[in-house]
Design a protein around this ligand. Structure first.
Ligand code: PGA
Length: 250
């Protein structure tokens, strides 16, 4: 039985004050979340605050990105050992905003996955097609390529140390969600392609859905057999909405 993971991707949002209020709200309601594992991914600069506020709670935390390098002259970068200094459990790699706005290609994302894992962090590997790619009918080809790049780098067994988030780019931040059937179809494809390489890994691997998941649509998405949680952007910034999604996972 795969435990669903609901992770909030706060992106570049929040202030010290708003984050404290958000975490107070989540902490107040987390007792009702019986099944899902819950995590939040704040901007780097708030990791220390988040660590302080979440230590001793069941809520995990992680970062939104990491460097391919471990240390040195890489201005503006943040390394895996630095994330370990703040007890991060997870780190998002290959989010579509990193791929499209910051030029991260499959090879870079695969290296980030490897570096995260080598340093004891659990990578949340984001994959997904653009609207154009969906319309061209190449969704499966695109997600297979994105995942295979990681498998080629680290081996299929290593996937088990992370999580995959299927996030159709056209659904991210747009209010347009994949239907449960559309999402389930891609999730089943992903599990199937991994099963061809290692059935045990495929069975155990958590595959989250991401892209405009909210308090209203979470339950039917999370009810799909191959959807094992969600990576939540906008709706993770409101404690009540986020908690509703967390409760919908079980
Ligand atoms: P969204 O973002 O929920 O705001 O669509 C999801 C994500 O980008 O991870």
């Amino acid at each position: 039985m795969r435990q669903p993971l609901i992770a909030g991707n706060w992106k570049m949002n929040g202030t010290r004050e708003s984050i404290k209020a958000l975490l107070d709200g989540i902490k107040a309601g987390i007792g009702d979340v019986k099944v899902a594992e819950v995590a939040v991914c704040p901007p780097f600069v708030y990791l220390a605050d988040v660590q302080e506020q979440l230590s001793g709670t069941p809520i995990a935390w992680g970062a939104q990105n990491l460097s391919t390098e471990l240390k040195g002259a890489f201005t503006g970068e943040v390394s895996a050992p630095m994330l370990n200094d703040f007890a991060c459990k997870y780190v998002i790699v290959g989010h579509s905003e990193r791929r499209t706005l910051f030029g991260e290609d499959d090879a870079t994302v695969a290296t980030k996955f490897a570096v995260a894992r080598d340093n004891g962090l659990k990578p949340i590997l984001c994959v997904g097609e653009t609207l154009e790619e969906r319309e061209q009918g190449v969704t499966e080809k695109v997600v297979a390529r994105q995942i295979q790049a990681v498998i080629d780098k680290v081996g299929v067994a290593a996937l088990a140390d992370g999580v995959i988030a299927y996030e159709p780019v056209w659904a991210i931040g747009t209010g347009k969600t994949a239907t449960p059937e559309q999402a389930q179809a891609v999730h089943a494809f992903i599990r199937g392609m991994i099963a061809e390489q290692d059935a045990g890994v495929a069975e155990a691997l958590r595959i989250q859905y991401g892209g405009s998941m909210n308090a209203g649509n979470a339950a039917e998405l999370l009810a799909q057999p191959d959807i094992d949680g969600g990576l939540i952007g906008g709706a993770s910034l409101k404690a009540d909405d986020f908690l509703t999604i967390c409760r919908a996972a079980g």
